[in-house]
Design a protein around this ligand. Structure first.
Ligand code: SF4
Length: 355
């Protein structure tokens, strides 16, 4: 285990095209017009934890973090806010889509910038960050709505906040009697494992609410020795662990790749939960496989893995119509690229055209 602190490890992340080009990780070269557009839309941050794998040519890591010229192509159907967060935002930084839970976006910075990010219209843009004080109306709203049982800290990645920046948010939520669980959506355990300090584990494990951490990971290669240690520390602290992954072309869209990822999660004590069909975020067409192929891939996992290790293939219906598990009861194929989804919010069928 290295003695590097997590801020040092964060600073070793590569943040521009020139650095990636020097290492020979850019096919198009540092001066490609398309790559400049990609960088403008979403910052670059290639975490130090991935460097060894990238140097070995691991495509499942490279496609997630190295900008591609294809990001400059924006399909007509792609949206700035693909899952409709803003439609359900009673106050800045707060999304209240389902009655019993809310999202609180405590930062829009991350320890890695994923080239398929669904919230790329805000993520990495420092001017979008809200201070704790600016989130006061959001916390007041949560206190005044007793049907809300869960607060999900997200963003961005809530665990890139320092302990002292995170503390007021935690304390605030812990004071609300009707909140039962606090959930963190984070990539930190695999991309910045040093951040999972004993102090953080102690703080989260000692909360008066049940704490869940939903770990975002997409490739078996992300489970390095350090990330496995980080996950073990969280489990030892009594924190419940589940996962979310995105089904990504060229990363995990083969049966073998997916089985390896899910086994790695399961072995690390993280229950596979969501397997997201990529949202219609701008410039992400090159990550999407046909939905029918995605459903067949997940069907093929039956019998290959314990049921506990098989995630739900999830479509967040574009436009803010809610999340569904993709099954014959919730999805209807209308034509080669057109689907209808049954909204869990209204029961209505919503027609979606894919690029
Ligand atoms: S960690 Fe999450 S929020 Fe951050 S860039 Fe990746 S997908 Fe987007």
């Amino acid at each position: 285990m290295s003695s590097e602190t997590w801020p040092q490890q964060l600073r070793r992340g590569l943040i521009n095209l020139e650095q990636l080009n020097e290492r020979g990780w850019l096919d198009a070269g540092a001066h490609s017009k398309e790559l400049a557009l990609a960088q403008n839309a979403l910052d670059i941050r290639v975490p130090a934890e991935f460097h060894a794998g990238l140097a070995e040519g691991d495509v499942s890591l490279a496609r997630q973090v190295i900008p591609a010229p294809a990001e400059a192509f924006i399909a007509e159907q792609e949206l700035a806010d693909p899952i409709g967060d803003e439609r359900f935002s009673p106050h800045p930084g707060l999304t209240h889509r389902y009655p019993d839970r809310v999202l609180v976006k405590v930062t829009y910075q991350c320890a890695v910038y994923c080239r398929f990010c669904f919230r790329r219209h805000k993520v990495s843009h420092a001017e979008e960050n809200l201070s704790f004080e600016a989130l006061a109306p959001a916390y007041r709203y949560i206190s005044e709505n007793p049907q809300i049982k869960e607060v999900i800290f997200t963003g961005g990645d809530p665990l890139v906040l320092t302990d002292s920046k995170l503390e007021p948010h935690l304390t605030q939520v812990e004071k609300i009697p009707h909140i039962e669980t606090i959930r963190f959506h984070t990539r930190v355990p695999t991309v910045l494992p040093e951040r999972i300090t004993e102090q953080l584990c102690e703080r989260l494990g000692g909360s008066n609410k049940t704490v869940w951490i939903v770990v975002h990971a997409n490739s078996a290669s992300e489970f390095t020795e350090k990330s496995l240690t980080a996950l073990k520390k969280l489990r030892r602290a009594g924190i419940a662990l589940a996962s979310q992954s995105v089904l990504l072309k060229g990363v995990n869209d083969s049966k073998e790749g997916l089985v390896a990822l899910l086994r790695a999660l399961y072995r690390a004590g993280v229950q596979p939960y969501y397997l997201h069909y990529p949202d219609l975020a701008k410039g992400t067409s090159h990550f999407r496989i046909p939905l029918e192929a995605a459903m067949a891939l997940v069907d093929a996992l039956q019998g290959q893995l314990p049921g506990l290790a098989i995630p739900k293939l999830t479509v967040d219906i574009p436009g803010g119509h809610g999340k569904i598990t993709a099954t014959a009861n919730t999805c209807q194929k209308l034509s080669e690229s057109c689907w209808a989804f049954r909204s869990p919010l209204t029961g209505d069928w919503v027609k979606v055209q894919y690029p």
